[in-house]
Design a protein around this ligand. Sequence first.
Ligand code: MIC
Ligand code: SF4
Length: 642
Amino acid sequence: MGKTLTEKILEQHLLEGKLEKETDISIRIDQTLTQDATGTMTYLQFEAMGVSRVQTELSVSYVDHNTLQTDFKNPDDHRYLQSIAAKYGLFFSRPGNGICHQLHLERFARPGKTLLGSDSHTPTGGGVGMIAIGAGGLDVAAAMAGESFHLKMPNVVNVYLTGKLPDFVSAKDVILEVLRRIGVKGAVNKVLEYTGPGIKNLSVPERGTITNMGTETGATTSIFPSDEITKEFLEAQERGEQWVQLEPDKDAEYDETIEISLSELEPLIAEPHSPGNVKTVKEIEGLAVDQVCIGSCTNSSLRDLKVVANILKEKTVNEHTVLTVSPGSRQVVNHMVKSGEMAYLVEAGARILENACGPCIGMGLAPKSDAVTLRTFNRNFLGRSGTKSAQAYLVSPETAAASAITGKLTDPRTIEKLPKIDMPKKFMVNDNMIIPPLPPEKAKTVDIVRGPNIKPLPEFNPLPDKLEGEVLLKVEDDITTDHIMPAGAKILPLRSNIPEISKFVFNIVDESFHDRSLEKGGGFIIGGDNYGQGSSREHAAIAPKYLGLKAVIVRSFARIHLANLVNFGIVPLTFVNKDDYNQLEQGDQFEIDLSTIETGEVKLKDHTKNIEVALTHSLSETEIEVLKAGGKLTYIKQKYSQ
Ligand code: MIC
Ligand code: SF4
């Protein structure tokens, strides 16, 4: 039986287990990436592991999230990250260089390699045929220390593309179509592998848009083959020698197939507050738009910005609409400036922002109250823009640019002609904002720079056999990490200060959560399906743990958040009978007996309701050991000290 591309790359990196569905495997990680918002915690944990230099082929530390410097905190963190990179042998991408995923695709992503990143959109790298996975910072720290990465062997889905995208329909519409079909939990523990004759009509940055936002389906990762188009891209990035041809076997067997005819797609839009609420633009055309934001790791490539600039050429942004543009990288800006296309944006009245995440994570440019904001980003979760009453919609760059001109949601196909875009044969490569690793002897002499905002890691105790306490909160389906641990300009700078950031846990859902948790001495959370979808931020586990959260009991979990809970010693449990969710309430007194956890069966006694509820879990033996140790850091420290 032939192999899928996913199986081929996993097989080459397999350290433990068998490539059989649902079984636990561990793989070797070749590359890692971090960004600043998750990076500080990642490196504090890496430091605690006591390893003198990163053990990977390549590790890069990017700065792109916390670039709004309203006080000393963010710049202090940047200096810390720079000193860490110098001391431990990492590449350091300086603030101002661009968004981690865009930069990694341009400069480091390599076909056939594995990449683990402390950001959920790490699968962008799948655009060049690598297995690129998002994970919590602690897992990335462990990979840098030379540990393998554990995961459940995912099911592989064949996303079979035929045809060619019509004018004004682009890669964003492809991934929105995938989301329209399978929703935000449709690919949990699955890999979306793109095949079929249609892929030859998609460039690497377009493939990157698709693999990037595959994260919103819950997928472990997404991947395209490495073909002639990949070769051309790598050559244009002066990395032609890194190309290898990689594709699935002709007779590869997939667990499922999704067929998409690119020729039949039309402009799509995700309505508030989920990337899975997909409609056609036509269905809600005419909606008045207050703000349009173009950029983010999904849609900030040179191709995307050129399209936007040429649609806006000789036009003016509608007087009732604000347009922001955040380019993906300096390389993109450089091209846009030299070609003169940046001037089209400026002349049209776009507010040009730094090459960074910016409005995507609420780092500035929050929309006005009740605004309709159209974004080329990948997430439109409640409050993420920085304005809780805003209604955020996700669209392609074409739809965004057309709507910025008219001031209302506009089907870009109503613009007469698609402007012709000239893509360069060679990109303007300039790595002068990437500081390469220092040689080991020099690295040893580097001192780590720590600002006052960097607080030591909290220590957590081993897990007892019995957990007791109150249900602190009951939530619905699809709770995101943005609900659990909101981001934005005010909270993100606290990422290296757990006591401070913990004050904002569940703030967007229930402002009293923090005080209640402390008053009750911790307790439990009850949730629905897909609990913890979205970001890889381990702060959504560490901060609740700091407040005393003992276990989370839900119908189902999102992959990265589940791993983060284990890493920080919070027990992730699921209902055997999903309807039991309805019986339990906030305020109920629980007793959970963990003495049988190894058997997969756990009993919950609800003393308030006087009932017993059967719980289970999907934890591997190692994960149970990690939980018992009180978290992964203690577990790894114990392992190294033996
Ligand atoms: C996001 O898009 O939500 C983030 C901010 O990039 C996160 C990481 C973080 O919270 O720092 C992600 O996607 O993992
Ligand atoms: Fe940055 Fe937004 Fe991409 Fe997250 S999704 S890495 S915040 S641009």
